[in-house]
Design a protein around this ligand. Structure first.
Ligand code: 3PG
Length: 218
């Protein structure tokens, strides 16, 4: 498919998921790390950046990274409420990821939302809310590759970004599945490398992740 414009605000979750095989999941403690960390990941070929809303500076990180990193598609993770989804949109975030389904939030909203599911019942609730793209979370705990294989036939319209326990050793197994578009994970931005400002190491990790082959869906 033709690569979507990174400045196209109408990009859907699906199109964002197809920009790279791996979405880095980032917990940023120090606002000063945000832009160099993001630039290091984009330089390695990972333009989609998920900033988890787990630190006091997370919203400021999103705003700054969205404004200052050319080529990045910056969004938020750990989005737990409708108010958090609206706040992400207000600071320029392009997408939201949640560990679960957010009550009352459908596919339409302030900004595209990738909700998390862990069971068939949750997946059915998400489909009923209008979603067809999901995070499987925590992927390694709720059945991993085998769970996704089992979901493929009864839920053929659903495609996934497994996250939680995904790493350099198992990412390729997930990406080979017909219902996986991309994976998420923190392994491309180890906290010791971030603390040390070792951006070259992070670019190397990103480059390896960006080079992972995708299966028939990706
Ligand atoms: C998270 O919510 O922290 C993500 O699922 C990342 O998980 P990971 O650290 O196992 O990659």
């Amino acid at each position: 498919m033709t690569a979507p414009s990174l400045t196209d605000s109408s990009m859907t979750t699906d199109r964002i998921m197809r920009l790279a095989p791996v979405i880095p999941v980032l917990v940023i403690e120090d606002l000063a790390h945000a832009v160099p960390l993001g630039r290091a990941l984009v330089a390695g070929g990972l333009p989609v950046l998920e900033i988890t809303l787990r630190t006091p500076v997370a919203m400021d990180c999103i705003e700054r990274m969205a404004g200052e990193i050319e080529g990045a598609v910056v969004g938020a993770g750990t989005v737990l409420t409708p108010a958090m989804r609206r706040a992400v949109a207000a600071v320029g975030g392009r997408f939201c990821v949640s560990p679960g389904l957010i009550e009352g939030e459908g596919d339409e909203g302030a900004v595209p939302l990738l909700p998390g599911i862990a069971t068939a019942t949750e997946l059915m609730a998400g489909l009923a809310a209008g979603f067809t793209r999901f995070k499987l979370f925590p992927a390694n705990v709720v059945g991993g590759v085998e769970a996704l294989k089992a979901f493929a036939s009864p839920f053929s319209q659903a495609k996934f970004c497994p996250t939680g326990g995904v790493n350099a050793a198992n990412a390729a197994d997930y990406l080979a599945l017909s219902n996986v578009i991309c994976v998420g994970g923190s392994w491309v931005a180890p906290s010791d490398a971030v603390r040390a400002g070792d951006w070259a190491r992070i670019t190397d990790l990103a480059r390896a992740a960006a080079g992972l082959a995708r299966g028939p869906t990706g």
